[in-house]
Design a protein around this ligand. Structure first.
Ligand SMILES: N[C@@H](CC(=O)O)C(=O)O
Ligand SMILES: NC(=O)OP(=O)(O)O
Length: 306
């Protein structure tokens, strides 16, 4: 049985197969509308979510399956003190596959160790968000045609932003991907990503604070929200929250064919003025998120050859 706890749980070849399947689904989703007939997905969300939970639900429904779950710790028996380990043993009796989001790093891994169904990490604390990475990879591949040979700027909260950590982990496996890490010094990328992922894989990267300086070189700009819920002090959050605001004047410095991605939700870091710019790809990214999760559910349930 396979789980998806980190983006590295899929080899580059498996990822290629999954992205090809997602592309095929995107061309004719109806072709797949009975692949998961009779199957159930449980969504165990101990932290807020709009896209991840609902796109998982939409994905399973599109495949002909059904969904059950909870959307906050308060509405589950976690509020009575039930452990993740016990919860997953119970859910294994109700569903065929589950997606779990939890504020504690490693919680989905604990769940996987006790589970008799595939567990998908739908975001664990400030650690990883592998299905957002699948979405990001599909978006980059569909927009650029390839996951090799480009420069990506990752901007904002690189310290707590789990989507950034997972995306870097995945992209270092492709050829000639250059990383520009744009953040205030307080929100720099953690050492375990800089040293154990970027340096360990001999990836080309630089760290800088000024977004304007980085703009002209970028093929992809990946904006992120300052992760308020991970800050120890509200004052510190307020000091950081508007550090970067992508607006028309900054977009004027970018290449004509640069794309802007953002995992969403956006707060203030991308001005709504640029939503109609053809380079703004963050809502396209949302649509790809459904196709890629359909492909993932099929793959983990062993239904990808049907
Ligand atoms: N939705 C993404 C990004 C964010 O919340 O800023 C996440 O859950 O990590
Ligand atoms: N991109 C993402 O994970 O969004 P949600 O937090 O709304 O699920």
């Amino acid at each position: 049985m396979k789980h998806l706890l980190s983006p590295l749980d899929l080899s580059v070849t498996e990822l290629e197969d999954l992205l090809n399947l997602a592309r095929d689904i995107s061309k004719d989703p109806k072709k797949y509308s009975h692949v998961c007939d009779g199957k159930k997905l449980a969504t165990l969300f101990y932290e807020p979510s709009t896209r991840t939970r609902l796109s998982f639900e939409a994905a399973m429904l599109n495949l002909g399956g059904s969904v059950l779950g909870f959307s906050s710790a308060n509405s589950s028996s976690a509020s009575k003190g039930e452990s993740v380990a016990d919860t997953i043993r119970v859910i294994s009796c109700y569903a065929d596959i589950c997606a779990m989001r939890h504020p504690k790093e490693g919680a989905p891994m604990v769940a996987a160790s006790k589970s008799s169904i595939p567990v998908i990490n739908a975001g664990d604390g400030g650690h990883q968000h592998p299905t957002q990475t699948l979405t990001d990879l599909m978006t980059i591949r569909e927009l650029r045609g390839s996951l090799d040979n480009f420069t990506i700027g990752l901007c904002g909260d690189l310290k707590f932003g789990r989507t950034v950590h997972s995306l870097i982990n995945s992209l270092v496996r492709y050829k000639n991907v250059k990383f520009v890490l744009i953040s205030p010094k307080e929100l720099r990328i953690p050492d375990y990503i800089r040293d154990d992922v970027l340096k360990a894989n001999q990836a080309e990267f630089i760290e800088m604070e000024n977004l304007e300086d980085a703009m002209p070189e970028l093929n992809i700009l990946y904006m992120t929200r300052v992760q308020r819920e991970r800050f120890f002090s509200e004052d510190e959050y307020l000091r950081m929250k508007d550090f970067y605001i992508l607006d028309k004047s900054k977009m004027a410095l970018a290449k004509e064919d640069m794309y802007v991605l953002h995992p969403l939700p956006r707060v203030n870091e991308i001005s709504v003025d640029i939503d109609d710019d053809p380079r703004a790809a963050y809502f396209k990214q949302v649509q790809f998120g459904v196709y890629v999760r359909m492909a993932l559910i099929m793959t983990l349930l062993g239904l990808n050859n049907k």
